[in-house]
Design a protein around this ligand. Structure first.
Ligand code: UDP
Ligand code: MG
Length: 322
């Protein structure tokens, strides 16, 4: 069994966008959960201010001042979005184990002990499986279908109902930090890395202010990232439909010859022509659209823009020591 010792460090890392109202409770709760575990080593918080406009940045600096040596604050130059802020948090975490969790109090720090117990058993990734979702019926249904569809489509095995909330061993974090792709779906990347992974069922709590920062457009982008980064299935389905429609056209041609040459009762086929042409036209546009999606993603990668830009970092005076 592996253990933490006095030289180890535990990081809690989080992305924050306009969370000024919740951040104090968040840090307090997480700190209390860590203290309750009576770890032999210090801990650090790595809090990324993702271009907040509600004073979250100043609040984080004040928190870091009030708890010297405990909190590193990374201020991004603007709002880069949840996935980029998470990348910044992982890049700046120094712990031997890193716990990644959202800062909206949805992820329950009571899970820390369970995470660490599994890590001690030798698991390099322990992720939370979301068993209870506070969202309403429709959204919950969408999440449910999304996870199942993705695990069916994806070429990497991605665990069902797993979000970002997880504990990761240093070696997993190092591998994730080395992956610099722009369209980041973390549960997918984390699964792709490998090693020993396990999930534990953790109920997801209500957001403290009921006002999602990611929102439906953000979730849609995340879902698109997940599908297009981990699957070529859209191209496969398109190819299959193409083949089927070619086969169908071949049948229609044979049928036309039969009518013309053998049964001799060809009818002017205005309607079927219009239907076929518009169907094939639609199919072509869909295919071009799908190809375009992959090409846009390739374009984003070749531009090699960084995943985020840092405005400044507030370092704890004595890293990891309280
Ligand atoms: N977040 C962020 N940048 C953004 C949007 C969200 O850093 O552009 C943070 C947010 O502060 C929270 C976490 O990402 O800590 C998850 O956001 P949210 O709770 O809104 O997402 P949801 O749980 O609704 O998917
Ligand atoms: Mg949330």
């Amino acid at each position: 069994m592996r253990q933490l010792d006095a030289d180890s460090l535990v990081s809690v890392a989080a992305p924050l966008f306009n969370e000024a109202e919740g951040v104090e409770t968040y840090v307090k709760e997480a700190r209390e959960s860590l203290r309750a575990l009576a770890l032999p080593c210090p801990h650090e918080f790595v809090l990324v201010d993702d271009g907040s406009t509600d004073g979250t940045g100043a609040k984080l600096d004040a928190l870091a001042d009030a708890h010297p040596g405990e909190i590193r604050v990374v201020h991004l130059a603007r709002n880069f979005g949840h996935a980029s802020a998470v990348a910044a948090a992982l890049d700046h975490a120094r712990g031997d184990v890193v716990i990644l969790m959202d800062a909206d109090l949805q992820d329950d720090p009571a899970a820390f002990g369970l995470f660490l117990a599994k890590w001690r058993e030798g698991f390099d990734v322990v992720y939370a499986r979301r068993v209870l979702r506070p969202e309403g019926g429709l959204l919950r249904g969408l999440f449910w279908s999304f996870y199942r569809l993705l695990s069916w489509l994806a070429s990497t095995e991605i665990p069902i109902d797993a979000g970002n909330f997880a504990l990761m061993d240093r070696r997993v974090v190092n591998d994730l930090v080395a992956l610099r792709e722009r369209n980041r779906y973390l549960p997918g990347l984390r699964a792709w890395v490998g090693y020993r992974q396990t999930g534990i069922a953790i109920a997801r709590r209500e957001r403290y202010d009921k006002n999602t920062r990611v929102g439906l457009p953000g979730l849609w982008r995340l879902a698109m990232n997940a599908v297009f980064s981990f699957s070529y299935a859209p191209l496969f389905f398109f190819r299959l439909t193409g083949l089927l429609s070619i086969a169908f056209c071949a049948l229609v041609i044979l049928w036309a010859f039969h009518d013309k040459l053998i049964s001799n009762h060809a009818v002017p086929a205005w309607a079927s022509e219009v239907v076929t042409v518009s169907f094939l036209g639609g199919l072509n546009l869909l295919g071009i659209g799908l190809l375009g999606e992959y090409i846009a993603r390739i374009y984003e990668e070749v531009k090699q823009r960084p995943v985020y830009i840092i405005d400044r970092v507030t370092e704890p005076e004595e890293p990891g020591r309280e």
